[in-house]
Ligand binder design. Structure first.
Ligand code: SF4
Length: 540
């Protein structure tokens, strides 16, 4: 089964921005947090917001305690905004493209012109724009509405941003033919148009189309309708549970698209359900859900470092290290599993369904850590205790990642000797790079990330994280060049950073529904380091 996901599926820029504003307000610890009306047309995201304590104000006069109030992407009338601002701190999530339409309406009214909005009179965005028109605004949604218009002289025609382009053109031409002195400004958002074009293309390539999104979301239903018009079998689903896998399994090529309010974590769930028949995928999933990505990364960096230091690690020690890392990562993942529900629901479900197995593995790994450390060196046991306490202490802080770095430094100092500070710095840069990469993967789920993520220091701003990653890459490359003075072989480290840059470039394209693959892909970074260190060891 081949799955093709539309590139423009899921959150549009405006919805994403509004959801991120909630995420930032939550991470700042603001309380209480409200949204004026439902933030987006997606019941699953609204449910998560409710669990996070975000409440909905349905009426400006509602008697609720003062707090922070986030305005949704489609905007509200200025009169309501003013009323709300008297009681609450306003966080304006109105999409910049909607703000532009509001500004155009305001400008037209200021010069005395009338405003015709082509759109749905019950849609929040249209109501919001109308609020800027005073008594000079009219809504047109069909040809009958045109007949009801008064005599117009100076006027502008604007469109709801999610309006159908063909309908907008037909209606505006009709109005112009009746009252020729008007001005037409097409304010349809490109995101809607591109999404609809893409679903048409998808229909040419796939046998069946799955549209993910709220059953009452207008743009989701429009996408499903377009696919039906193209003669395709269409399944409009809100969650993965609604997918009739038995029926769909027989198709070779399945197309997936999603409405503008559908978060990527829901797309991930649907892809997961479709892939659940592939053994390769299941292995990758278990691998990633049992924390083998950070465990193996750590081990590969450590083994790579020991190869460069020409030091042979004993099997016993490796056994200790593996057991310790397995315990550390899985124990703390289990402790914070509730936060996974808000951005990585698949992992959360896995941990809940396999609680007994994971607890059993934790007990075994804990016993193995104790036994192996007793065999090698008692100091290792103290190290184990110290780092478990340190993790507990840092668990809720953005500096949680420091524990991993400290542990690496101590192991290097203690076992490999302090003989290559520059290489150690390079590996610390690798570790930070990988952490940020993984957190970016999680940020792309459009969920709500916990405060103990390193990227909370960047206020969960994607652009800032990309800048930081680029700075790390440049610093890493410079460091590699300095290392080359010591040994020209270190030039290979530049290649690893080059690969890191490719990973970031790929991630920037926002590949949807690929979370398990993206997590595992990060392992290529330490794997390359380890391979180069092996070549170095053999070459030496
Ligand atoms: S559809 Fe366009 S205008 Fe509407 S919120 Fe999304 S980006 Fe903004």
């Amino acid at each position: 089964m081949k799955i093709k996901i539309a590139k423009k599926a899921g959150f549009c820029m405006g919805v994403r921005r509004a959801v991120n504003l909630v995420l930032k307000a939550l991470s700042r610890g603001e309380k209480p947090i409200y949204t004026y009306g439902p933030l987006i047309h997606n019941p699953q995201t609204l449910k998560l917001l409710e669990k996070l304590g975000v409440k909905i104000i349905r009426d400006v006069n509602e008697d609720v305690p003062s707090g922070s109030c986030i305005l949704r992407a489609h905007g509200i009338p200025p009169q309501e905004k003013e009323k709300l601002s008297k009681k609450h701190k306003i966080i304006d999530g109105t999409c910049p493209r909607v703000l532009k339409v509001q500004a155009l309406a305001k400008k037209a009214v200021k010069r005395g012109a009338d405003v015709i909005i082509i759109g749905d009179k019950d849609h929040a965005e249209v109501k919001g724009i109308l609020g800027f028109c005073k008594d000079k605004g009219y809504i047109v949604n069909n040809f009958e509405d045109i007949e009801k218009l008064p005599e117009l002289k100076d006027y502008v025609i604007l469109s709801q941003t999610t309006q159908d382009k063909n309908l907008f053109e037909k209606l505006s031409q009709k109005i112009l033919s009746k009252y020729p002195s008007g001005e037409v400004i097409n304010t349809i958002c490109n995101a809607t148009h591109l999404r609809q074009e893409e679903v048409r293309k998808l229909c040419n390539e796939c046998q069946v189309i799955i549209v993910i999104g709220g059953k009452f979301s207008a743009n989701t239903n429009r996408l499903a309708q377009i696919a039906r018009n193209e003669g395709k079998e269409v399944y409009l689903v809100e969650t993965a549970d609604e997918i009739p896998l038995e029926k769909i399994k027989k198709y070779k090529k399945i197309g997936i698209t999603a409405g503008a309010s559908t978060p990527n974590w829901l797309i991930n769930e649907v892809v997961d359900k479709l892939k659940s028949t592939s053994i390769f995928y299941i292995i990758l999933k278990v691998f990633s859900f049992l924390c083998f990505v950070p465990i193996l990364s750590f081990l590969l960096y450590f083994l790579g470092f020991s190869n460069f230091a020409n030091f042979n690690i004993s099997n016993f020690f490796l056994f200790f290290l593996f057991s310790f890392l397995f315990f550390k990562y899985n124990f703390f993942q289990l402790k914070t599993k509730d936060s996974l529900e808000f951005f990585y629901s698949l992992k959360n479900k896995f941990l809940n369904n396999h609680k007994w197995l994971i607890n059993f593995l934790l007990i075994i790994s804990g016993i193995l850590v104790i036994l192996s450390s007793l065999f090698i060196d008692l100091k290792l046991f103290s190290l184990f205790i110290i780092f478990i306490f340190l993790d507990f202490f840092l668990l809720k802080s953005s500096f949680y990642f420091i524990s991993e770095i400290l542990f690496f430094i101590i192991l290097v100092f203690y076992f490999l000797g302090f003989n290559n500070l520059l290489l150690l710095m390079e590996i610390i840069a690798f570790l930070i790079f990988m952490r940020l990469y993984l957190e970016l993967v999680y940020l792309e789920t459009d969920g709500f990330l916990p405060k103990n993520f390193l990227i909370s220091l960047c206020s969960f701003r994607e652009d800032t994280v990309y800048k930081v990653l680029n700075i790390i890459i440049i610093s890493g490359i410079l460091l590699s060049f300095v290392l080359c003075f010591k040994n020209i072989f270190y030039i290979f480290l530049v290649l690893i950073w080059g690969w890191g840059y490719c990973l970031i470039k790929f991630l920037k394209k926002r590949p949807l529904g690929q979370i398990v693959y993206l997590e595992n892909l990060s392992l290529t970074f330490p794997l390359l380091f380890f391979i180069f260190s092996l070549i170095y060891k053999i070459w030496k």
